[in-house]
Design a protein around this ligand. Structure first.
Ligand code: CA
Length: 226
């Protein structure tokens, strides 16, 4: 699954440099020139990472970040140019996960981004080929799934769906998000497609099914503490 990054920066050249670097590393990139634009894009699409410049016209990076935090736990890296910004950032009051100071090496930024995404998807602990939570283990190398050590046979879509839910555990995922991320943006399905697959997935997961929670009107969430 390719990771999607939103680059929020008013300087076109800076956006271009960052974009080039991230695209070469296999990321899909979108750009926003203003904070308002960034928030609109975040509403419309699911991102794996946000690179957020602090000095933006109108709404600054701090405000954008706290707006993001009201509804999403997407990893945010703040890009700062001034030392007073740095002071503010030290406390991470705005909810940013990491920061980088201009001028920076795109290589360092990319390394920070990769680390945050790995951490966010829970793949940092244990085996790199494994995603596990609540006694469910997904081996992403062999595409096999185990519940308390017993292998469970899933269809490719059920597998993708479970993997997406588990790598985003604790996050509320709308049906639209699941449709676009698991089935693809150009898939003409409807909400029932998601519901049907969730139902089948739960049936196969047996007593682990409780970890896939239905949130009325919101969507689904993988809750490892359920
Ligand atoms: Ca700027």
């Amino acid at each position: 699954m390719r990771q999607r990054v939103l680059i929020v920066e008013d300087e076109a050249l800076m956006r271009e440099v960052i974009r080039d670097y991230f695209e070469k590393d296999g990321y899909d990139c979108d750009e926003a020139e203003t904070g308002v634009e960034a928030l609109e894009q975040l509403d419309a699409r699911e991102y794996d990472l946000v690179l957020l410049d602090i000095m933006l016209p109108e709404l600054d990076g701090f405000s954008v970040c706290s707006q993001i935090r009201k509804k999403s736990s997407v990893p945010v890296i703040m890009i700062t140019a001034r030392s007073d910004e740095y002071d503010k950032l030290a406390g991470f009051e705005s909810g940013a996960d990491d920061y980088i100071t201009k001028p920076f090496s795109p290589k360092v930024l990319l390394a920070k981004a990769n680390a945050l995404i790995r951490r966010a998807s829970g793949r940092v602990c244990g085996n790199a080929d494994e995603v596990s939570a609540a006694g469910i283990v997904i081996n992403t190398g062999s595409h096999s799934v185990f519940c308390d050590g017993a292998e469970v046979e899933l269809t490719p879509k059920e597998y993708d769906l479970l993997l997406y839910l588990m790598t985003n555990k604790g996050r509320v995922l709308t049906r639209d998000t699941l449709l676009s991320r698991v089935w693809g943006y150009d898939y003409f399905g409807d909400d029932r497609t998601v519901d049907t697959h969730i139902k089948k997935l739960r049936a196969k997961l047996g007593d682990k099914a409780v970890h896939i929670k239905t949130l009325i009107k919101a969507g689904y969430k993988f809750d490892e503490n359920a």
